[in-house]
Design a protein around this ligand. Sequence first.
Ligand SMILES: Nc1ncnc2c1ncn2[C@@H]1O[C@H](COP(=O)(O)OP(=O)(O)OP(=O)(O)O)[C@@H](O)[C@H]1O
Length: 257
Amino acid sequence: MRIEPGLEPNRLIEPAINVFELSKSYGETVAVDRLSFSVAPGQTVALLGANGAGKTTTIAMLLGLLSPSEGSIRLFGLEMPKHRYRVLSAMNFSSPYVDMPMRLTVRQNLRIYAGLYGIERPHERIAQLARDLDLESFFDRATGRLSAGQKTRVMLAKALINEPLLLLLDEPTASLDPDTADQLRTMLLDYQRRKGATVFLASHNMGEVERMADRVLVLNRGRLVDEGTPEELMTRYQRLNLEEVFLDIARERRHVR
Ligand SMILES: Nc1ncnc2c1ncn2[C@@H]1O[C@H](COP(=O)(O)OP(=O)(O)OP(=O)(O)O)[C@@H](O)[C@H]1O
């Protein structure tokens, strides 16, 4: 596979993500249930929900890794998965559920991804990412021999290799120690602001969501049950932090409007 270069500039004023009545069922299980939302370019939106709420399934459909049972997805105004190869150059993702070839070293893996995206001056780009994500001490180690936190950092390097305008992050700081996670959030926020990138993330870390997200979508059993800025949600549920809002929603306590 070789990813098509570039997205036409007029695409960049379209919503980065537009999802309409999206559903996914596995037999009797409805993983995602008539989900509709839109993400403006440059926004950071977080998907919150309990285990099994449908976050990973939603992200997998946005990436074109899973086919929806119903509904439509447009990225930068382009219908997915029909125009997937036109959009791929402008997007990337990280997920703890996707592995890289384990026998290849970190350097070799990143070189392959750089080739796939047709990155100009790949050595410079990879060296920069190795510095930014602190990969240098295990750069020539087989990817299968890394710790969980080291793999997460390599996955984020892969996600940033093509300087994507749309970044999909499933649990971006899972398994990172608090210090490394904090540095990575700072780095991701810097990147997002510098590029004006759109970030869509699923996270169980409420501090992360409060810090990074302009807007939060709350999923419960595949359905969108609430949305707003972190501040709006805290006010609506009369809570001091998102963790308490999350518990209210997960335990289906009614909010006070
Ligand atoms: N391949 C599959 N076959 C059958 N059911 C599936 C499959 N993948 C996911 N599901 C089910 O779909 C629902 C949504 O799963 P999903 O992985 O999207 O949840 P999630 O919100 O990402 O959860 P977590 O926070 O635990 O990662 C769950 O009930 C899950 O058991």
